[in-house]
Design a protein. Structure first.
Lengths: 451, 269
C-alpha cells in the first residue's frame, strides 16, 4: 500500500491501521483536483485522487473555452501537449433582441501564437490530460469511486474519507475537496452556511457537429484559430446569457440561466437553446449542425458572496466546490480559477503536513495565498458584476435600448435629416423605460467592477 | 486444487483507451468463476487470461482487483481468427501455467465487446478435449465439479444442461453481475504481477463488409392505366380493395371464433 511518511513528521502515522493510508486525499479529478494532486505529488506527498467517473472528465461539462496561462509554472509549454481544439483568436460580444443583434467583434493574431490566450478544449480530453500529469508525478488516481462521507476523529479533525466501494474507507492526514459545484464534501463539513438557489445558474449546452471547412467559412477563421461569442439576450426573457464556441468540427452552443427565473418562467432549457438557435443572427452560424450531445450543469454564479469557509479542520476546499467560478458577464472563467485554487490548496497542504499541523489554523495560509493571487483579487474586484449582469435592467431593458439606438444611428430616414446621437439616445432610453438614475447607478457599478 | 480459467477480451472502441471495457458477458464469466471459487469446499483458483495489445493489461488488472487470483497476458494482435485465438490461449496456458494441466473449468463470455464470432470457446473445448456448454443464460446450481445451466436455443426455446468438469462454458451477460473491487484491492491490483506470453502469428479475421440491405431487383409488368393516377391505383389496389369492417356484439369466445373465421375467409389464414 502506498505509504510514504515524511521524515521528522511529528504527526502520527495511519490513524486507522487496517485501512489504506495516504497523506492527502483529493476528492474529484476535475481541473482543481488534478492540479492539486500534481503539486502534492511533486512535493513528495503521498496523494490519492478519487474520481467518481470512469475516467477524469467523463462526467464533466462546461462551455468550452479555457485560459491555461496559470499552467505556465506547473506544466511549462503546456500548449505543446494539451489536447486543445482551437486557439481563440476572435472574441465577440453580442446583444440580442427578438430581431436585432449588436456585435462587438475583436480579433488578434497574437492570440494564435505561444503563449496564446484562450483555447477551446473538450473536458474529457483536457481533464484526462491533467489527471495523467498528476499520475505521472506520482499521484494515485482511483476512478469509478464516489466519496460518500468524511471520517473525523474525536477532535472533529478530518482523518479519512468513506467511498461507495466495498470496504471503501481511506485514512489520510487531510482532504482537499475539489468535488465541483454544490460540493457534497464542503456541505458535509458544515462549511456552507446556507445554499440559496438564487446563487446558481443552470448551464445547458448542445454540441453540434459541422464540418471543419463549414465552421472555418462561417466564423472566418483558418487552421486552428477559433471564436468565442458571448451573448446577452436571446434567452426568452429568462435572466442569463448565451455562448457559441468553435471546436475543430463541432460548435458548442449554450445558455446560462438564472435558476429562480427559469423556474418561474416554466420554460424548458432545451426550448431556450432552440429559440436562440433560430435567432436571425445565430441561425446562419449553426444551420445544419447535427446535435451530438446535450448536457447541463450548475454554475456557482454569485462569486464572493456565496463562497463557503475555505478551510476546515484537516480540510481545504478549491475550485467550483468553493464557488470560485468567475461568471461576470463578458467573462465566464472557471477552469483557470479551479486550477489556481487547487494548486494553492496543495501548496498549503504540503507545508502544513511538513509542519505537522493540518488544523484549521495550520491551513490558514490557503486563504492568504488566494488573496494575493488573481483568484480572490478578481472575485473581490468583480463582486458586484454577476448581480449587475443578471439584473432585470441589464437583461430586459438595456439590450432593446442599445439595439434601437444602433438601428437608428445607421438608418437613413431621408428625406428626414440625420438626428443627433444624443437625441436618439434620450428617446430610446425613455422608450425602453430606463430611468437616468438607474442607468447612472449601473454605469457606476460597472465602472467600479470592470474599471 | 480446482482451477478456473476465465478468458476475457479488453476492447477499446476506436482505439480510445478511455472507453475500453470487457463485454457484459466477459464480466459475467468472471463473476461466475469467483462465485464458484467462493463457495467451493476445495481450494480453488481463478486465473484470468487475455490476448491483445498492452491495453489488455488494464483489463487484467481490473479483473485482479475484483478478485481473480492470477492473470496471464498473451501479447498479440486483437484480430486473430477465433481458432488462432484459442490455439494461442491453449498453448500459452500449457507452457506458462504448466501446473494447471487441463483446467477444471474454462469460462468465457458469449461475445466480446467488439462482437466477435463467439466461436473461441468451442475451439478451446476442442483443444482441451473438454465438454462444452455454450451460450448459457443461467447457471442454476453448482458444485466445484458440476453445474446445471440453461441454454438459449433458436425460436425462444431453452435447454437444461447438466455439465461436469473439465468443461468449457460460455455465458451471456445475464448470468451474473460482476462485483465491485474493494478499495484496498483496487489499489493493490495496480502493482500485482501478471505473467506474460506471446501469441504465435496466426491467421487473421477477414473483415466482413457490412452494407445496407438492398433487395434484389425483380422484373414486374408495367401497371395498367392511362393516367399516372390510374397506374398508382392499379399498383396499390386502393380503389378495388373491399373494405372489411362490421360491428358485432359477441361473447369473447364467439368473438375469437368470428375473427378466425373472418381471417380465413379473407385469405389471411
Ligand atoms: C455550461 C457551463 C459553461 C461553462 N463555461 C466555461 C468556460 O467556457 N470556461 C471556463 O473556464 N469555465 C467554464 N465553466 C465553469 C467550469 O466548468 C468550472 O468552473 C470548472 O469545471 C470547475 O472545476 P473543478 O475542478 O472545481 O470542478 P469540476 O470540473 O466540476 O470537477 C469536479 C470533479 O469532481 C468529481 N466528483 C464530484 N463529486 C465527487 C465525489 N463525491 N466523489 C468523487 N468524485 C467526485 C466530478 O466527477 C468531477 O470530475 C462553465 C460551466 C458550465 C456549467
Amino acid at each position: 500500500m502506498p505509504d510514504s511518511p515524511m521524515p521528522d513528521n511529528p504527526m502520527p502515522d495511519n490513524p486507522m491501521p487496517e485501512t489504506p493510508f495516504f497523506e492527502v486525499v483529493v476528492v474529484g479529478a476535475g481541473p482543481a483536483g488534478s492540479c492539486a494532486a500534481t503539486v502534492l505529488a511533486r512535493r513528495g506527498v503521498s496523494v490519492l485522487l478519487i474520481e467518481r467517473g470512469p475516467f477524469p472528465g467523463s462526467k464533466n461539462m462546461y462551455g468550452g473555452v479555457v485560459y491555461p496561462r496559470i499552467l505556465d509554472s506547473l506544466h511549462p509549454e503546456w500548449w505543446e501537449e494539451m489536447p486543445i481544439q482551437r486557439w481563440v483568436t476572435r472574441r465577440s460580444t453580442m446583444v440580442l433582441t427578438e430581431n436585432q443583434a449588436v456585435t462587438i467583434d475583436f480579433r488578434s493574431q497574437n492570440w494564435g501564437v505561444p503563449p496564446y490566450n484562450g483555447a477551446t478544449a473538450y473536458r474529457p480530453d483536457m481533464d484526462h490530460w491533467l489527471a495523467s500529469k498528476a499520475e505521472a508525478a506520482g499521484a494515485r488516481l482511483l476512478t469509478s469511486t464516489t466519496v460518500t462521507g468524511l471520517i473525523t476523529d474525536a477532535r472533529g479533525q478530518v482523518c479519512g474519507v468513506r467511498t461507495d466501494r466495498p470496504d471503501g474507507d481511506v485514512a489520510c492526514r487531510m482532504v482537499i475537496a475539489c468535488d465541483g459545484v454544490n460540493s457534497f464534501v464542503a456541505k458535509e463539513a458544515g462549511l456552507y452556511p446556507d445554499l440559496n438557489p438564487a446563487n446558481f445558474t443552470l448551464g445547458v449546452k448542445e454540441t453540434l457537429g459541422l464540418s471543419r471547412s463549414v465552421i472555418e467559412e462561417r466564423f472566418a477563421v483558418r487552421d486552428r484559430e477559433g471564436v468565442d461569442i458571448e451573448i446577452l439576450g436571446g434567452t426568452q426573457g429568462v435572466n442569463g446569457g448565451g455562448f457559441i464556441y468553435t471546436n475543430l468540427d463541432t460548435l458548442a452552443v449554450g445558455v446560462v440561466l438564472k435558476l429562480p427565473a427559469l423556474a418561474a418562467q416554466k420554460t424548458r432549457p432545451e426550448e431556450i437553446i432552440a429559440h436562440l438557435k433560430s435567432h436571425p443572427g445565430i441561425a446562419p452560424l449553426v444551420e445544419g449542425g447535427e446535435i451530438l450531445e446535450y448536457s447541463a450543469h450548475l454554475i456557482p454564479e454569485a462569486g464572493r458572496s456565496m463562497m463557503p469557509q475555505l478551510t476546515g479542520e484537516g480540510l481545504l476546499v478549491a475550485g467550483d466546490a468553493a464557488a470560485m467560478c468567475l461568471a461576470a458577464g463578458i467573462w465566464l472563467e472557471g477552469v483557470n480559477f479551479a486550477m489556481a485554487s487547487g494548486m494553492a490548496a496543495a501548496e498549503t497542504a504540503a507545508e502544513a503536513i511538513t509542519a505537522g499541523d493540518v488544523s484549521k489554523r495550520g491551513l490558514a495560509g490557503y486563504e492568504k495565498r488566494l488573496n494575493s493571487s488573481f483568484v480572490l483579487a478578481d472575485h473581490d474586484k468583480l463582486s458586484r458584476i454577476p448581480g449587475l449582469v443578471l439584473s432585470d435592467r441589464v437583461q430586459h431593458q438595456y439590450p432593446q435600448m442599445i439595439a434601437n439606438v444602433v438601428e437608428r444611428v445607421f438608418r437613413v430616414d431621408n428625406p428626414q435629416p440625420k438626428p443627433g446621437l444624443r437625441k436618439i439616445f434620450a428617446e430610446e432610453r425613455k422608450r425602453a423605460g430606463v430611468r437616468l438614475r438607474d442607468l447612472a447607478r449601473d454605469g457606476w457599478t460597472g465602472m467600479r467592477g470592470f474599471g | 486444487m480446482i482451477r478456473i480459467l476465465v478468458c476475457q477480451k479488453w476492447v477499446a472502441p476506436e482505439g480510445d483507451s478511455r472507453g475500453a471495457s470487457h463485454s457484459p458477458a466477459d464480466r459475467a464469466a468472471l463473476e461466475l468463476a469467483l462465485h464458484i471459487r467462493d463457495r467451493a469446499e476445495d481450494q480453488t483458483e481463478v486465473i484470468v487470461v487475455s490476448l491483445g495489445g498492452p491495453g489488455a493489461l488494464h483489463g487484467l488488472r481490473d479483473s485482479l482487483a475484483r478478485g481473480a487470483d492470477r492473470a496471464l497476458w498473451i501479447s498479440g494482435p486483437t484480430d486473430l481468427r477465433s481458432d488462432a485465438v484459442a490455439a494461442a490461449i491453449h498453448s500459452a496456458v500449457s507452457t506458462h501455467l504448466v501446473e494447471i494441466g487441463v483446467p477444471d473449468w474454462v469460462i468465457c463470455g458469449d461475445y466480446s465487446a467488439d462482437r466477435g464470432s463467439g466461436s473461441v470457446p468451442a475451439f478451446l473445448a476442442a483443444f482441451w478435449d473438454a465438454e462444452q456448454a455454450l451460450g448459457l443464460v443461467q447457471v442454476t446450481e453448482h458444485s466445484a465439479s458440476s453445474l446445471g445451466a440453461v441454454r438459449r436455443l433458436d425460436g425462444g426455446r431453452r435447454e437444461l444442461l447438466s455439465v461436469s468438469s473439465p468443461a468449457v462454458l460460455s455465458v451471456e451477460g445475464s448470468v451474473a453481475t460482476l462485483r465491485r473491487a474493494t478499495l484496498a484491492r483496487e489499489l493493490a491490483a495496480a502493482t500485482m504481477e501478471i505473467s506474460e506470453a506471446t501469441a504465435p502469428l496466426g491467421p487473421r479475421e477477414t473483415p466482413v463488409e457490412v452494407t445496407a440491405y438492398r433487395p434484389r431487383a425483380r422484373m414486374l409488368a408495367a401497371p395498367a392505366g392511362q393516367t399516372a393516377l390510374e397506374r398508382v391505383r392499379s399498383i396499390t389496389d386502393t380503389a378495388t380493395a373491399a373494405a372489411h369492417g362490421e360491428t358485432v356484439a359477441l361473447t369473447p369466445d364467439e368473438a375469437a371464433e368470428r375473427i378466425l373465421t373472418a381471417l380465413r375467409d379473407w385469405g389471411y389464414l
